[in-house]
Design a protein around this ligand. Structure first.
Ligand code: DQA
Length: 150
């Protein structure tokens, strides 16, 4: 059995669909989960899709991924800009890590311009809307394929 790709979502992303739709659109997190699962299936992968409003729970899932995941796609939401704990946890993950943001954080407030998580990410997808999620799944599948080559 191949390991799932963990797709981890941080605080307030459970409110997608109604949260600041002018920034984040009207797609719900359940819709995004479906998009990711479908794209992963087409590429021969599975996903474990999760959301938490708690930093410690996200850290726990990242630690679980050390043994349990093929790779991590993470939208850490506001913790992107504050969490040394999430960055430190990700630094223990040998598998590929893709950081993802729905909005273009560089076009927003200055406090969103810095990411601790980027210091531990293989790559970053920013500002493509919710399309960024299936694109990240596709990118992860490519990274895993490249890694699997002898
Ligand atoms: C976000 C950007 C963050 O700055 C913000 O705190 C979020 C969502 C995004 O997906 O665009 O909650 O990560």
């Amino acid at each position: 059995m191949t390991k799932p790709i963990f797709i981890l979502n941080g605080p307030n992303l459970n409110l997608l669909g109604t949260r600041e739709p002018q920034i984040y659109g009207s797609t719900t997190l359940a819709d995004i989960e479906r998009l990711c699962a479908d794209r992963a299936k087409a590429l021969g992968h599975t996903v474990s899709f999760r959301q938490s409003n708690h930093e410690g729970e996200l850290v726990g899932w990242i630690q679980e991924a050390i043994e349990g995941a093929a790779g991590i796609i993470i939208n850490p939401a506001a913790y992107t800009h504050t969490s040394i704990a999430i960055m430190d946890a990700l630094k223990n993950v040998a598998a590929p890590v893709i950081e993802l943001h729905i909005s273009n954080t560089h076009r927003r407030e200055a406090f969103r311009h810095h990411s601790y998580v980027s210091l531990a990410a293989t790559g970053v997808i920013i500002g493509l809307g919710v399309d960024g999620y299936p694109i990240a799944v596709e990118a992860m599948a490519r990274l895993l394929k490249a890694k699997a080559k002898p």
